[in-house]
Design a protein around this ligand. Structure first.
Ligand code: NDP
Length: 503
C-alpha cells in the first residue's frame, strides 16, 4: 500500500480568536487518516463543508474512494496483527485515558469547531466535548476490568469463556453529534482491542479529523483508528459492504440504516443500529411541574431538535393540560435563535436540505393549533438555515406529525384522560428510543416505565440519550443493539467457550 504522508492538519492546535472567526478554509482538512498518516484521497477530489450559520464555505474535506476505504480496512487489519493487537488491556486503557486528557486540553478548540461545523450553540458544543472526554475516560478505565467467566460443567471439565475482540469495526457517523457519537462508539471498540474505520458525515466532519490528530498525539498506534471522510453512497457504502469488516456501528436515518444492515447481512456481519425516534414524555396530574417544564421544552429544542433522542411528543393529563400548555408556551416565547457561535438557545439547522424537510412538516401542521414559537435574533437574516422552534397541540395522536420523526425544532403536545390512554399513545409509533414519566406516585412510576416501549426510560427526568454509563439504544424502528455503559463492551466483543477435559 503506497500512501503519501502529509503534515499534521493543525485542527487541534487551532487558536480560537477572540472575535470568533467564522471560516476555516485555510486549513488543509482535505485528507484521510489511513495507517497513521494524513493522505490525499485517491480521487483527489473534495467535498465542500458549509457553515450552517451563514451558508458560506467553511472548509473542504476529502472525498474518499472505495480504494481509500479498502486501504483503511487493510491498515486496521495490520494494526490488529502487530502494534495495536499486541497491547495489553491495561496499555489500551492508558492510551484511551491519555486521549481523554488531550480532549480536555484542546476542549476550547474542539467546541468551537463543532459549533461552526454543526451550527450548534457554543455551550452545547462544549457539553459534547465533555461527553467525548468522559467516554474515553469511562472505557479507558474499563478496558482491563471486563472479564470472561467459568462455568461449572461436568466434574472432569474446566470450562472458561473468553471475551475476545471482534476485529475491524466500522463506524458510520451522522452530522448531528459527531464528537459524542464518535466518542461512544470508538472508545468502547478500542477498549476491547478492535481497530476502527470511521466514516464521518459529509455535512459535519471537522471534529472527527481533529480527533484523529488527538489519537495520534496520545500514542495510538498507526492503523488502530482510520478516518475516511466522504459520501455515504460511496465511502459509506463501500465500508458497509466490505467482507473484511467484523462489526458495523451505524447512527442515522431509518432508510440508510436498512441499507447498511442489508449490506452487512450479505457478509453475515453484526450491526448496532441507532435510528432515531419519536420519544414521548408523559406528564401526570401529580407531576412536579416546576421541575418538569424546563425538561419538557429543552429535550425538544436541544440542537434544534436534530437529536435522535429528542422528545418531540409531550403527553399531558387533561386536568393539568392547560396549565402545562401555558407554562411551556411561556418558555417557547423566550427562546432565541441566533448564529451558533453567539450561543443563544438554538442555532441554525444543519443544511438547506434539512430546513426543507422541517418546513414540509411545518406545512403538515396547518390543521394543528400553533401555541407558541421562539424568535430569530439579529444576524439570522443572512444565508444561514434558521428556523424558529414551534409548539403545536392536537388531540389526534395518529396525525403524521405526531407519528413521524421530524428532526427539527417542533414539539407536539397531546392531552390524555388516564394512565391506560397515556401508555397507548406513547406506544402508538413505530419507534422506541427514550421516554420519560413525570409523577410522584411510586407504583405508577414503575408500572408506566415497564409498559412503555423504549430502550431508555427516565422517571422525573429526561436525559436526551444521557449518561455515558447508561446503556442506550432502541426498540422497533429505533434500531437494535446497545451503546454506552458496559453493554457496549459486550457488543464490541465475542465470547469463546473453551471446554477442557482433564479426566
Ligand atoms: P443518513 O442516515 O443518510 O446519514 C448518516 C450517515 O450514513 C452519514 O455518515 C452518511 O454519509 C452515511 N451514509 C449515507 N448513505 C449511506 C450508505 N448507503 N451506506 C453507508 N453509509 C451511508 O442521514 P442524513 O444525513 O441523510 O439525514 C437524513 C435524515 O436522517 C434526517 O432528516 C434525520 O431524520 C435522520 N437522521 C437521524 C440521526 C440520528 O441521530 N438518529 C442522525 C442524522 C440523521 P453522508 O453524510 O456522506 O451522506
Amino acid at each position: 500500500m503506497q500512501l503519501r504522508q502529509s503534515q499534521n492538519l493543525g485542527l487541534k492546535d487551532w487558536e480560537v480568536k477572540a472575535n470568533m472567526v467564522n471560516e476555516l478554509v485555510w486549513f488543509p482538512t482535505n485528507k484521510c487518516l489511513i495507517d497513521g498518516a494524513w493522505v490525499d484521497s485517491e480521487l483527489n477530489n473534495e467535498i465542500e463543508l458549509i457553515n450552517p450559520s451563514n451558508g458560506r464555505l467553511l472548509s473542504r474535506i476529502a472525498r474518499a474512494s472505495k480504494n481509500d476505504v479498502k486501504n483503511a480496512i487493510s491498515a486496521a487489519s495490520v494494526a490488529l496483527e502487530k502494534t495495536w493487537g499486541e497491547k495489553t488491556a491495561l496499555e489500551r486503557g492508558r492510551i484511551l485515558l491519555k486521549m481523554s486528557q488531550l480532549v480536555i486540553k484542546y476542549s476550547k478548540n474542539l467546541a468551537h469547531l463543532e459549533s461552526l461545523d454543526v451550527g450548534k450553540p457554543l455551550s452545547q458544543a462544549k457539553n459534547d466535548v465533555i461527553a467525548l472526554a468522559r467516554y474515553l475516560e469511562f472505557y479507558g478505565g474499563a478496558a482491563d476490568k471486563i472479564h470472561g467467566m467459568t462455568i461449572p460443567f461436568q466434574n472432569d471439565f474446566s470450562v472458561s469463556c473468553l471475551r475476545e475482540r471482534l476485529g475491524v469495526t466500522a463506524h458510520i457517523i451522522p452530522w448531528n453529534y459527531p464528537m459524542q457519537i464518535i466518542g461512544r462508539s470508538i472508545s468502547a471498540s478500542l477498549a476491547m482491542g478492535n481497530a476502527c474505520v470511521v466514516k464521518p458525515s459529509e455535512e459535519a466532519c471537522l471534529t472527527a479529523l481533529a480527533f484523529g490528530e488527538i489519537a495520534t498525539e496520545a500514542g495510538l498506534p498507526a492503523g488502530a483508528l482510520n478516518i475516511i471522510p466522504g459520501f455515504g453512497f460511496e465511502a459509506g457504502q463501500a465500508l458497509a459492504a466490505s467482507k473484511k469488516v467484523n462489526h458495523i456501528s451505524f447512527t442515522g436515518s431509518l432508510l440508510t440504516g436498512i441499507s447498511v444492515q442489508t449490506a452487512a447481512a450479505q457478509n453475515v456481519v453484526p450491526t448496532t443500529l441507532e435510528l432515531g425516534g419519536k420519544s414521548p414524555q408523559i406528564v401526570f396530574d401529580d407531576a412536579n411541574l416546576k421541575r418538569a417544564i424546563p425538561f419538557l421544552v429543552n429535550a425538544g429544542i436541544q440542537n434544534s431538535g436534530q437529536t435522535c433522542s429528542a422528545s418531540s411528543r409531550i403527553l399531558v393529563h387533561e386536568t393539568i393540560y392547560r396549565d402545562v400548555v401555558e407554562k411551556m408556551s411561556g418558555m417557547y416565547k423566550n427562546l432565541r435563535v441566533a448564529p451558533a457561535i453567539e450561543d443563544y438557545d438554538l442555532g441554525p439547522v444543519i443544511s438547506r436540505r434539512q430546513m426543507d424537510i422541517i418546513t414540509s412538516y411545518q406545512n403538515k401542521c396547518s390543521d394543528l393549533k400553533l401555541l407558541a414559537e421562539g424568535s430569530l435574533m439579529e444576524g439570522t437574516n443572512n444565508q444561514g438555515y434558521y428556523m424558529s422552534p414551534k409548539l403545536f397541540e392536537t388531540e389526534n395522536y395518529r396525525h403524521s406529525v405526531a407519528q413521524e420523526e421530524i428532526f427539527g425544532p417542533i414539539q407536539i403536545i397531546i392531552p390524555f384522560k388516564n394512565e391506560q390512554e397515556a401508555i397507548k399513545i406513547a406506544n402508538s409509533t413505530d419507534y422506541g428510543l427514550v421516554a420519560s414519566v413525570w409523577t410522584e406516585n411510586g407504583s405508577r412510576q414503575l408500572r408506566v416505565a415497564k409498559a412503555v416501549k423504549a430502550g431508555q426510560i427516565f422517571v422525573n427526568n429526561y436525559g436526551a440519550g444521557g449518561g455515558v454509563e447508561l446503556p442506550f439504544g432502541g426498540i422497533g424502528r429505533s434500531g437494535h443493539g446497545r451503546e454506552k455503559g458496559f453493554e457496549s463492551l459486550y457488543s464490541f466483543s465475542q465470547l469463546k467457550t473453551i471446554a477442557n477435559f482433564h479426566g
